[in-house]
Write a protein that binds this ligand. Structure first.
Ligand SMILES: [Zn+2]
Length: 273
C-alpha cells in the first residue's frame, strides 16, 4: 500500500487570502508531491472600489481558479457574501464537512483576532471544527477523523491580545516567482482593491509587465517586513543564513489541532528544514 500524498487545506475568508499569506508554502508543498486545496468561505463580492455583487464574485472566481492553477491546486469558493460571515452553527458544520471530505493533514487559516470580521468568524468556526471532526455523532454520514489535522495560523501583524508566535518558518525564496504569479492572477485585488484600500492606486502602472514588476517589488517589501519582525526566530531557526533572509513565510501552530511533532514536520514539510 502506498502512503497517500500529504494534504494541505488553506481556508481563507476571501478568494485571495490563501495566496496572500501562504502562496510559498502551498507551492513548495505541491512541488514536494503533496495535494493543495484553497477554500474561500466568502465569494469576495465586496472587495473592489467600483465593482460589487454577482459580477465581482464571478470575476474573483475566475481569478482564484487561475491562481490555483499556477501550482496545480484545487480551489473552491463558498457562497457567503463578503463582509457577512458569522461564526454560526451552519458555518461550523460547513467547515466540519470540508475537513471530513478533504481530510487534510495541515489546515491553515486566520488567527482568532484579526482586523476583518470575516477572518475572525472563519477562525472561530475552524477552531470549533478542529476538535469536533473527531466526534462520530456529528455529521455521522461523513467518516470521522480519528485524529484532528494540524492547524496553523496565517501570519498577521496584530499585537493584541498576542503577537503571532513564529512556530513554523518556511524559506520560500525558490518559489518566489510562483508567489508573484499567483498574486498577479488576483488582478482585482492586487492592482485595484488593495491599492485603493491603501490609498496608493495612483502608483499602479497601467502596462501589464510594469504592474507585475511593481507587484513583485511590493511583495518583496511585504515579505522583508515580515522577516524583520521575526528576525530573531529566523536566525535561531536557519543560523547565520537567517540574518539576511527576506522571503520567509511564518505560521503559528494552533493548540486546538494536532501538535506539529518532529515526525509530522518531517513527513509534511520536508522542504522546511
Ligand atoms: Zn481576507
Amino acid at each position: 500500500m502506498t502512503t497517500p500524498a500529504p494534504r494541505l487545506l488553506v481556508l481563507g475568508a476571501h478568494p485571495d487570502d490563501a495566496e496572500y499569506r501562504a502562496a510559498g508554502l502551498a507551492s513548495l508543498w505541491s512541488r514536494a508531491g503533496g495535494d493543495v486545496r484553497f477554500v474561500s468561505a466568502t465569494n469576495g463580492d465586496a472587495g473592489h472600489p467600483t465593482e460589487f455583487g454577482a459580477a465581482l464574485a464571478a470575476r474573483r472566481a475566475t481569478e482564484a481558479a487561475a491562481s490555483a492553477s499556477v501550482i496545480g491546486a484545487e480551489h473552491a469558493i463558498w457562497d457567503h457574501a463578503d463582509g457577512f460571515l458569522v461564526p454560526d452553527l451552519a458555518l461550523r458544520e460547513q467547515v466540519l464537512a470540508e475537513l471530513r471530505r478533504w481530510r487534510p493533514d495541515l489546515v491553515l487559516t486566520h488567527r482568532l483576532d484579526d482586523y476583518h470580521p470575516d477572518h475572525r468568524a472563519l477562525a472561530h468556526a475552524v477552531r470549533d471544527a478542529a476538535y469536533l471532526v473527531t466526534v462520530p455523532a456529528l455529521l455521522p454520514e461523513l467518516p470521522v477523523q480519528r485524529r484532528p489535522p494540524v492547524v496553523a495560523y496565517l501570519a498577521d501583524e496584530f499585537e493584541r491580545p498576542a503577537p503571532l508566535r513564529a512556530d513554523l518558518l518556511v524559506d520560500v525564496s525558490e518559489v518566489f516567482d510562483d508567489i508573484v504569479a499567483m498574486l498577479d492572477a488576483h488582478a482585482s485585488q492586487f492592482y485595484q482593491w488593495l491599492p485603493f484600500n491603501q490609498c496608493i492606486e495612483d502608483q499602479v502602472p497601467r502596462d501589464a509587465d510594469a504592474r507585475r514588476d511593481w507587484l513583485r517589488a511590493q511583495t518583496l517589501e511585504r515579505y522583508a517586513a515580515l522577516a524583520d519582525r521575526h528576525r530573531e526566530d529566523i536566525v535561531a531557526n536557519f543560523g547565520v543564513d537567517g540574518i539576511e533572509m527576506q522571503r520567509v513565510e511564518v505560521f503559528e501552530i494552533s493548540e486546538y489541532g494536532a501538535p506539529l511533532t518532529t515526525e509530522a514536520c518531517a513527513r509534511l514539510l520536508p522542504f522546511a528544514g
